[in-house]
Design a protein around this ligand. Structure first.
Ligand code: FAD
Length: 322
């Protein structure tokens, strides 16, 4: 009996959201009086892998194969199924992202396991492995029970704060008998987003909504983000209107973030938006309508026009840095 968790990395650098998944797995393992093992596939340094011990992994099972530097859902499914059988795992965890969502259902079918997607809480073992997740686009929460002795869970990123401890994980090689068909999908082109701070990992985020009026005003968001060293984000209608790319859209149907500081300019604070940002440590809202719902979720609020407030805030940050 054990817990295993799939770790994602970019060219060997382990993603922050995967550290959170490792921490989540190790907390579940503690509750079950067992251990957590992290599964790393492809190129990763020993140091990065050993450091997973700081988030509770006792060991790392490493599958070394250059083909695994790209996502191959069938190959990753085979890795997780092999590891689960080797470790007699009862709980298998992936992230609730594009990769995890394409792997987890396949693993659940092969292991005849229950599947819980988009988990927001630790399982309540006393109630028989009940996990909280959001449903109906964030309008409600469901508490779902995994009615099988084996469980596959996809964890919603940025659901828990990261806590780093002392600890180091041991590394073991995991041999997996791949078949040629596991690599049937050929990646033809990778378009990397360069020069930007990845939104899901950012500690500071400046975000704009429909109140920004149009893409021509986005310089106001970018200037403040630049002075703060922050990532930029937006509400969904802004991405739908193509003012900003979709990877910047936060909320129920976009990215969930948990930065130290979230500055929301011209965003009303609809429940679907809050679903993705309410874990932020400090929320600052700029809105010309004093009745805007976002003010109820804000730590600091500025009632005013974004075209006046944002340049003043940017100038103040600049002055503070000098
Ligand atoms: P608006 O609601 O139009 O608000 C604009 C705000 O700007 C207003 O509060 C206004 O007072 C203020 N304003 C206007 N002019 C100025 C000015 N000059 N200066 C200062 N303030 C100004 N939304 C998301 O964001 N993320 C999601 O993931 C998401 N998922 C959804 C899923 C479903 C199934 C559905 C139905 C909706 C979803 N939505 C999502 C949409 C959501 O319900 C809201 O419609 C959306 O968040 C509103 O975006 P907004 O605040 O930018 O625009």
């Amino acid at each position: 009996m054990s817990v295993i968790v799939l770790v994602e990395h970019t060219e060997g650098v382990i993603k922050k959201k995967s550290l959170e998944a490792v921490q989540y797995a190790s907390e579940i393992a503690k509750k079950m009086n067992t251990t957590a093992a992290a599964i790393v596939a492809g190129k990763a340094t020993d140091e990065e892998m050993k450091n997973l011990g700081q988030y509770g992994a006792q060991k790392v099972l490493h599958v070394q194969d250059d083909r695994l530097n790209e996502l191959h859902a069938r190959a990753f499914t085979r890795i997780l199924v092999t590891a689960a059988k080797k470790e007699s795992s009862q709980v298998i965890i992936t992230l609730h992202d594009v990769n995890g969502s394409s792997i987890a259902p396949r693993v659940a079918i092969q292991l005849n396991a229950a599947l819980i997607t988009g988990a927001l809480s630790y399982p309540d073992l006393e109630k028989g492995f009940v996990v909280k997740k959001s449903v109906f686009s964030g309008k409600a929460f469901a508490f779902v029970q995994a009615a099988s002795d084996k469980k596959v869970i996809t964890l919603m990123p940025n659901s828990f704060p990261l806590i780093k401890n002392e600890g180091t994980a041991t590394i073991e090689k995991l041999e997996v008998a791949f078949e040629e068909k596991d690599f049937g999908v050929k990646v033809k082109e990778v378009n990397k987003i360069t020069g930007e701070i990845p939104l899901s990992d950012a500690e500071l985020v400046v975000s704009g909504g429909r109140g920004m009026k149009g893409p021509e005003n986005w310089g106001l968001i970018e200037n403040l983000a630049h002075e703060l060293g922050a990532a930029t984000a937006c509400s969904r209608p802004v991405a739908d209107a193509h003012w900003r790319p979709h990877h910047e859209h936060v909320g129920q149907t976009g990215t969930t973030i948990r930065p130290n500081l979230y500055i929301a300019a011209g965003i009303s604070g609809a429940i679907q938006h809050l679903a993705g940002v309410s874990g932020s440590k400090t929320i600052v809202v700029i809105n010309k309508d004093p009745e805007a719902p976002f003010f109820k979720a804000a730590n600091y609020g500025v009632v005013g026009d974004v075209t006046e407030i944002l340049p003043q805030l940017t100038a103040a940050v600049k002055k503070f840095k000098e």
